[in-house]
Write a protein that binds this ligand. Sequence first.
Ligand code: PLP
Length: 367
Amino acid sequence: MIYADHAATTALDPAAFAAMNPFLFEQFANASQPYFFASAARQALEQARAEIAACIGAAPSQIVFTSGGTESDNWAVKCAGEGRHIVASALEHHAVLNACRVMERRGCTTTLLQPNTAGHIEPEKLRAVLLSGARFVSIMLANNELGTVQPIAELCSLAHEYGALFHTDAVQAVGHIPVDVETLGIDLLSASAHKFGGPKGVGFLYIREGVAIEPLFDGGAQESGRRAGTENVAAIVGMAAALKQRCDALDVSMRQVQALEERLLAGLCAAGIVFRRNGSAPFLPGLLSLSFPGADGEAILHRMDLMDICISTGAACDSRDTQISHVLQAIELEECYARGTVRISLDRSNTVEDVEAIVAGLVSILK
Ligand code: PLP
């Protein structure tokens, strides 16, 4: 089996599994208990917090553990406050878009910023909405369907000029490209462990000091009163180990994955396949949205599946929805291209042989 859908999820890193193991068995204590037996779990939580913070240039006190990207996005958007004007990009994941809809029911107004056809959000469009009173901005760092990386530092400094808070969904970016909260300047950042070799069902929200944030859940005083619920120590420790692995080898793996990506594109060109790569640079390494005009993306996916090759047509949560995704609609991709679109997402576990098999599979289907 060849797995080329790493933007949907990744395999658990063996280093993460090794780090998690003791906290599933011997050190299973509830980290909030005062007795000595809980001290190893408590220390492990704080060490994981410090390791994760170091990977994104944050302070440990700014990291709050969550159940993943969806919770982090929901929590961030809901911190806009009732009755505010929220601006998000039309490219956002449903975890942001649907949270915006809930906020509309709470008296907020939402403006969705349309990207240009290259998949970028233009600062001038953001300025216009800020001038009309928007005070909360949510724009993703890297898009999960296109791989396009947004100019977040520029967009964020514009939002701050108008006194607006800035959230970025960095679920696809953390562990894949360098992410530094100080360079970006953002106030809130979402991440999810299963996108970078950590376990599923765990993530974090970075919250800059001074950002007033209401808890999403009501309950105990865990996470300094910010996020109630017994901490999933093993998963959190696994997330930290996975992220550290990725960040320690980031340069090497980015180059390796970029080389695979170039090989894939060159292979399709050499075979005379007509296609377009959607979005525009800078791209996340290895994430390719390819449109084959006149083809059927769904059919390509299923025929690749018969060859034991896993790719996707778009976001994992949309895979049973045969509509053209909201992302492809937002970049105004012509229908004959949009219907023939697949997403291939490679990572450092893929090999040259994998890429050759993917190219051969696509060529045999498309020809
Ligand atoms: N945001 C983006 C950009 C994503 O790609 C995803 C998952 O596909 C999420 C949020 C949701 O993350 P999770 O699966 O951890 O809830």
